[in-house]
Design a protein around this ligand. Sequence first.
Ligand SMILES: *Cc1c(COP(=O)(O)O)cnc(C)c1O
Length: 370
Amino acid sequence: MDPFLAGSYLTVDLGALQENYRFLSSQSEMAECAAVVKADAYGLGLKEVGLALDAAGCRKFFVALPSEAVRLRKYLPAAEIFVLGGLFDGAENIYIDERITPVLNCLDEINRWSKATKEHGPLSAMIHLDTGITRLGLLQSDIEELNRNPHWLDGLEIRYIISHLACADTPEHPHNDFQLSELHRLRALLPPALHDVPVSFTNSCGIFLGPDFQFDLLRPGIALYGGNPVPGQKNPMKQVIHLQGKVLQVHDVDSKNAVGYGATWRCKENARVATVSVGYADGYFRALGDVGECAIENNKVSVIGRVSMDMISIDVTGLSEDKCQRGTLVSLIGGAIDLDELATQAGTISYELLTALGHRSHRRYINAVQ
Ligand SMILES: *Cc1c(COP(=O)(O)O)cnc(C)c1O
């Protein structure tokens, strides 16, 4: 898209993404670092993110869905690709043709993948244990059934045992230690053939719970993209995205006027109000109306009134006229605006802001090291 045709600009710093990957890798001496690139790499672009992480040395990629795996395979012919969502019914041959490894989440998936090996020869897989999130994975009763039917594993090369933490963003939460002890306990109950299989346990926040949690393969997502993996502490990650909107008009409002739909914001004194061309259709949450902060250079300014589909209004009364004119760029996410803080203002988390980024912004990918 021609940048002159766009109302907002999304810059993705692939060099910062690559640095984040290396920083996360360096958090463990023993474990390899994979990358979670589900949901179009958290909204940042599967192709560009996948190629940049590959260039940074990442060899293992997790996606949620087989459709995402098939797409990623086109860009990364040699990478190992794992589908967290499991082995989808009827998609077995596509996993095989595209060399996609399923995370087997239940006994039915184990059975079906093992059956496929009769025709195709050995197939690789991961096995997911549910240690306390009750989302996906085998429970103790499943493991006991597997022990009674060890032939269900015939033909399968189990690469990793994985599990997922529910409360890793709250380090002091007792559920973290509970899940860790459940993982050790359930692992010991697995059929003997699986006892020495390496383990993958941690998402971004989990990596920072310490070496007991790290095992053999790290699975960060959000921290790669600049989200804070140690909430409440200074974010150690490099900022990856910068979303900017363009000022379309600046108004000197007299005190009788209201701003935006619903006339929820009223000028108390004479004010200057700028209209910026970004709205909820671009992923700028409607919940940020009256509460969001954005920035012109390093000057924080407030969103006033409601967020429209294509526009927001900001209060620039405190800025000199030359700082905010038609065409001025306003930082909405990134720059002086912290991703996690903005998410809090919107009543959500960084993940939802990133995955909601729209496709009307002009996208620019910079600083990738090949
Ligand atoms: C999404 C996901 C991750 C990555 O989580 P982040 O919090 O983004 O680091 C890791 N493992 C599983 C099973 C996931 O679903």
